[in-house]
Design a binder for this molecule. Structure first.
Ligand SMILES: [Zn+2]
Length: 282
């Protein structure tokens, strides 16, 4: 498959999950009377649209990872167009499935008129938005629909930025594949620093290095001050270069907090394979 076809496949996968999201929203609405897409908090926070945007964008995520397509302006443009189509589809499906007092609304009212009434009366008759108290919102309904669209885009944008942050091999333009995942926990800062600061002190590939990184640390039950470290060995599927990616969390007695400054990504020298070392097999 050439690159243009792969990019189209990513858009296609996004389109499929978007249509599924629209259909799912309609089914939930049909069976329960609850319209997830229109759910908002404090009238203006489009929480439901955000969630739908996130679900709809899942197809882009998986296809982009599968075909090694980095997020770019073309993808962003496609995501915005498909988001607009999806929102339109959600309204259209709502229109097609709406029955009021035994009458199928689509049979006697054109879509445009339905939309206008549906948005400007903010759906006292059609069961939308119990959060708006009484009176019709009028023209404001269009602004609320625009907010829903923004919410939908932000949901998709979250997926876009997740893709943007996935580690890649620059020269090959490929997403790195995780090979080994190692979890360590340290009871205090000293033992953590002893490991973390000296991790790459010995030559990578040497026996000392393997002994250092191959040891698994366990602090037992988490207490205040316990430090967890997750190490992943990543590899480029094309050239085989490896990298070590690490995230660190500290327990404050109630929950875990990531220490962003300690997060690191270290490229391994060309030709070294650290998989066995991190697995404790060397
Ligand atoms: Zn590579």
């Amino acid at each position: 498959m050439n690159r243009t076809m792969q990019i189209s496949a990513v858009a296609g996968a996004g389109l499929v999950t978007s249509i599924l999201t629209a259909a799912g929203n309609t089914l939930i609405h049909w069976f329960t009377g609850f319209n997830l897409f229109s759910l908002s908090f404090f009238v203006i926070v489009p929480a439901g649209a955000l969630l739908c945007g996130f679900a709809a964008a899942y197809g882009y995520y998986f296809a982009a990872k599968f075909f090694h397509i980095r997020p770019n302006k073309v993808l962003l443009f496609q995501m915005i167009v498909i988001a607009a189509i999806t929102q339109f589809l959600i309204y259209w499906l709502e229109y097609q499935t709406l029955v009021v007092e035994g009458i199928h609304v689509a049979d006697f009212m054109p879509f445009g008129q339905y939309m206008d009434i549906s948005l400007t009366t903010q759906h006292l008759k059609f069961g939308r938005g119990a959060h708006i108290d009484g009176g019709a919102v009028g023209e404001g309904g269009y602004w609320l629909a625009a907010l829903d669209f923004l919410g939908f885009l932000v949901g998709g944008g979250f997926v876009y930025f997740t893709l943007l942050q996935e580690p890649t091999c620059e020269p090959c333009n490929k997403y790195l594949k995780p090979l080994v995942k190692k979890k360590d926990s340290f009871g205090d800062q000293e033992s953590f620093a002893e490991y973390y600061d000296n991790e790459f002190a010995h030559p990578i590939g040497s026996a000392e290095f393997a002994r250092h990184v191959g040891t698994e640390y366990s602090a037992g039950k988490a207490e205040k001050g316990t430090i967890n470290m997750e190490t992943r060995v990543l590899e480029c599927p094309d050239c085989g270069s490896q990298a070590v990616s690490e995230t660190i969390q500290v327990f404050n007695g109630r929950d875990w907090k990531e220490i962003g400054e300690l997060r690191r990504f270290v490229e391994m020298p060309k030709g070294t394979d650290v998989r066995r070392a991190y697995s404790g097999l060397e």
